[in-house]
Design a protein around this ligand. Sequence first.
Ligand code: GUN
Length: 306
Amino acid sequence: MSDRNSKSPEVVLGVLLDGKATSEKIKLQIADEAEAFTKQSGRKPHLVAILVGNDGGSETYVASKMRNCEKVGFKSSLYRYDTSVTEVELLAKIEEINQDDDVDGLIVQLPLPKHIDPEKVTETIDYKKDVDGFHPINLGRMMRNLPCFIPATPYGILLMLQAYQIDTTGKHCVVIGRSNIVGSPMSILMARNANPGNCTVTLTHSKTKDLKAQILKADIIIAAIGRKNFVTADMVKDGAIVIDVGINRETSTQTKSGYKLFGDVDFEHVAPKASYITPVPGGVGLMTIVGLLKNTLASARKEIYF
Ligand code: GUN
């Protein structure tokens, strides 16, 4: 199922890793399992999100998370706060939700205003409800290959690789960006003794010397740097697998929403060199939601913690 560029037959695009089709298929399975859970327990899996402020990107992501919960038969609740909310108020709300037996998953959308310490927020969330997988207990357990909540975006990428039956064993994976949310956990997961996994991993960041030379060695590129079209064709080896995590928003007069999304990868020029590639939009972003839904269902079923 390889997409071909009809204008120039010698240019063969890589197989598109289709986040829309893949996420829809997995969500049907989740919906079936949620229905069975609800029948058996008399309650729906329940995700709570806390959103502070009015950041456009965060608004969109949280709305999508809530909408997708409803689609697969979960209950969802959203608590909104103005940016003036104090850290004490926010932590008290988290403690209250931690105690609520009707809640399976709790996420606090990041980034937070500067006066709120994200580390305190992350550590206050009960690790048994931490379906974002950001709590040090979940990250530590992930390092040791123990049952845990895996951060939603890296989890979504693993599910995408699995869906396309891509064998990552022995491959050289170069991760670009060392964020707590994507790059760092992704580097651990790709090196784990698992499939997907078993890669030799290079984790690159803003202080990496000769980044292009590092990326050129990659069999698998995972770009999570947050800069529009950062990865260009001259940085990519022929046949590389390219995973684009970037969601860079720019205002646009050409779209109904008033903005346009760009990945971290120059898709147009990189796709002809890649064996597989994710588009933006329609790639990793949709899989992130699936990772979050799977974690929430696993929490409701007490598959990770009791
Ligand atoms: N901000 C950007 N990505 C995420 C995510 O996966 N979870 C939360 N809570 N905030 C985010």
